[in-house]
Structure formats: structure tokens, C-alpha cells
Design a protein around this ligand. Structure first.
Ligand SMILES: [Zn+2]
Length: 192
């Protein structure tokens, strides 16, 4: 199997969709110091896409590359249009109690659980994750390929909000998520 992996080009895997949550008229959660969820999700998503494309050679589509509004059904439609193989949505969390923090990965069905597992494992290497959770969210229900929603942290927690706007921390998140995706693909190939 290693022999096969060595000669497998990730470009043959098919499209991976990276989906920055919110955008345009929908800012998402407004966190400490007025930071907007839509800006953080876009910045982290672009970093993930860059690593997947430039370092690993995957074909990647971002559902949005700028500050525009997209409905949830439009996001699902993009995955369909490109006949994508994976869908990874990036979001931030918000809670009234500002002491709550930590990333969390949501999935709905079986292969998605595996994808969530690999991503969560990588994220846990540099921050304490809240783990992986099964959830019946619209996007997870309406996309028929392995898909996860990653809540990368709480903009309502001052300490975490500070990290989420930090380019180096965004890069750590992007690196962890991209590596988790690559590990999932390795697993997927080895199962064929
Ligand atoms: Zn959100």
C-alpha cells in the first residue's frame, strides 16, 4: 500500500471545498473588540486552501474568496457543481459566558466522522480542543460527501479572540486542518 501511496498524486483525488462561514451582509458573530467572524473564517480558509494546493497538490475550491454573502444552499450547490470529494466549512463559535473556549469539529455520518477525527487530532497538538461532535446541521445534512464544520474557536472568549485574529495562530489552525485532511485522504486511498 505504501508503494501505491508514494505514486498517488493528490491532484487525482478530486476537488476539496473549503467554505469560509458567513460573509457580506452576514458578519456572523461579533466578538471582542468588534472582530467579525466572517473576516476570521475567510483568512483561515485561504490559508488552508494555500497549503492544500501549493504544498500537497490538491485541487481546492473556496466557496468565497472575498467578503460576499452566500446562502447555505449556494454553498452546498458549489460542492455539487464541482463534484467535490470533501467539504470543510470554517466557522467561529460564540457564547454569552466568555470563559468558554476551544475549537470543536462537527460531523453527521460515518466517513465524515473519520475526517473529523483526523482534523481534531491535529488541532489538539497546539490547543485544547473540545473534541468531535455529531450534529444535524443544514450543511452536513445537505452535502452527500464527507463533510465537517470546524468551529475554530470562540470569538466571545477574550483570550481566544486574541488568538483568532493573530496571523501566526491562524496559520497553526490552517496547518492542522490541512494535515488532518491529508491524513484522511491517505486513509481513504488505503481503504480502496
Ligand atoms: Zn458562524
Amino acid at each position: 500500500m505504501l508503494f501505491f501511496l508514494n505514486f498517488y498524486s493528490y491532484g487525482n483525488f478530486g476537488y476539496i471545498v473549503i467554505d469560509p462561514g458567513h460573509g457580506g451582509k452576514d458578519p456572523g458573530a461579533i466578538g471582542k473588540w468588534g472582530i467579525k467572524e466572517k473576516d476570521i473564517t475567510l483568512s483561515v480558509s485561504k490559508k488552508i486552501a494555500n497549503i492544500l494546493k501549493k504544498e500537497y497538490g490538491f485541487k481546492v475550491i473556496l466557496t468565497r474568496e472575498e467578503d460576499i454573502f452566500l446562502s447555505l444552499s449556494e454553498r452546498a450547490e458549489i460542492a455539487k457543481r464541482y463534484n467535490a470529494k470533501l467539504f470543510v466549512s470554517i466557522d467561529c463559535n460564540y457564547f454569552e459566558m466568555s470563559n468558554i473556549k476551544g475549537p470543536e469539529v462537527f460531523f453527521l455520518s460515518n466517513e465524515s466522522r473519520k475526517l473529523a477525527f483526523f482534523i481534531n487530532q491535529r488541532i489538539n497538538e497546539f490547543t485544547k480542543s473540545r473534541g468531535i461532535t455529531k450534529a444535524n446541521f443544514y450543511l452536513l445534512r445537505n452535502i452527500y460527501i464527507p463533510s465537517v464544520i470546524i468551529e475554530i474557536g470562540y470569538v466571545s472568549n477574550p483570550e481566544e479572540a486574541n488568538l483568532l485574529i493573530d496571523k501566526n495562530y491562524q496559520y497553526l489552525l490552517a496547518r492542522g486542518i490541512a494535515e488532518g485532511i491529508r491524513e484522511y485522504v491517505n486513509w481513504y486511498i488505503s481503504e480502496r
